[in-house]
Design a protein around this ligand. Sequence first.
Ligand code: HEM
Length: 515
Amino acid sequence: MLDAAIWTACACFVVALFVLLRKSKVSGAPLPPGPKPIPFLGNVLDLTPKELWLPASQWAKQYGSIVYVHVLGYGIVFLNTAEAAVELLDKRGSIYSDKPSLIMCGEMCGCKNMVAFTPYGEQSKRQRKLMHKAFGLPVIPTYYPLLQTETHSFLRRLVAEPAEYMKHIRRYSGGLTLSVVYGYEAVSNDDEFLGLAEECVGILANRIASGGGIWPVDVFPFLQHIPTWMPGAGFKRNAIKWRRKMEEFVNRPYEFVKNCMKSGEYKRSFCSNLLEDEGIKAVDDFEFDLKWSANSMYSASIDTTLTTVSHFILAMMLHPEAQRKAQEELDRVVGTERLPTFADRASLPYVESVFKESLRWAVPVPLSLPHRLMEDDMYNGMFIPKGTLIFGNIWTMLRDETLFPDPEAFRPERFMEEVSPEMERKRNPQNYVFGFGRRECPGLHLVDSSIWLLMVSMLSTLNISKAVDEHGRIVEPVVKFENPIFRTPSLFKCDMRPRSQKALSLIKQSEIHTA
Ligand code: HEM
């Protein structure tokens, strides 16, 4: 039997040597500053499994725009200002767009072909091109009718069962992507494909990729060869189980499209359109790319949307004055005889500010997703070693007091102020929350339309307020953030009800208009 203490001692020695060698290779240039590591293990104790963005923002205050830590020899950099993120992730994108190739996550659990994990190169470029076909800016208006139908169905489910709002948002976001990507219609909140996505994204975010996704086997690759039955090989047994789930997640919806196409009865979708496109089909690895790109869009859309919309509900509940102002604007511009549409957007500046402030306040993916540096690099006289994982610290950027005074406050008015075009660009949360450079989120244009319509439709028809218990006392929301990647609030109690009888009948009638 292997002695765990010996393993640990060997591990520590190799790691210490690795770190020392990395540093001394360069002509004395220092690494970026950061919290003091402990011998051998580095900053392992500084990296909290939950809400890592909180200590990361403290380090930003202490050490500045770029912070370096290391865990078991793996360098990790946090970029804390937009300037640093744009300079490195965007302008030097040719060496900052790779993804960590992790043995546990990529190889053993089979996630290496998901777009968010694909190394920078031909495959990632082909996959991103395919995704651009589905969700690039020019195609978004073609989804307006679908977005409207899905939003109205969401409102009807919400007024019928307001306490189940999280499930309804999950169904809305998953259902929308299932429809666009696979032509599949989710039939209930308990739909099998929605359940599969919830389970698999949960495993991915909370288990496989938790803590930056670095497992001991990533540092000591020989561990992947130890027998599965051995004590300490639990990670191997888990990997087998999780890999099976991930394969099911990728294959089942895709097989659904192919079977429907064979039978001749199918709804047009991203997959069916491309499967019928003879020109694209001729490209090598087409089917492989299609299957993984489809899955990547599906898996990436659900928790991100859920996080953003739950924060919006929380914000409206905690800030009734912002809600009232948005509703006054809607009543003035749209009136109470119809539901809002995309045509109203330009005439609703306050609602637009609520949308922007919700994104800024929520920061759905606070540390973005890690990029991997492909070559040694220098930044402002500091050395960043090849292989370092780079996190864009979006949380800190969107809490920057010079851009957003009183940053914890939810204050849509900040976006109503007259500022220079340069300042407007700097303060637009949409330039941050979707990440940076060549791996920027490909779903950003869809989100700009889908979440906007969802919010504006809720504001125009519902009052959102704190819940009241059976004794008539107001229930103050208690929110926790358990997910290490997405800042998803835990389920909180709230009261959502139609603003008026007229609003309720508009919601109900929307089914007739859709049918
Ligand atoms: C509010 C909603 C969303 C937010 C805040 C969000 C945010 C992000 C962020 C921060 C990244 C990492 C970017 C980077 O590595 O620099 C990302 C990547 C990604 N997102 Fe989104 N996202 C959202 C919705 C969506 C949707 C609806 C889709 C579906 C099309 C999507 C698909 C993806 C994919 C496939 C990647 C990986 C891209 C790559 O590595 O090349 N996201 N997203």
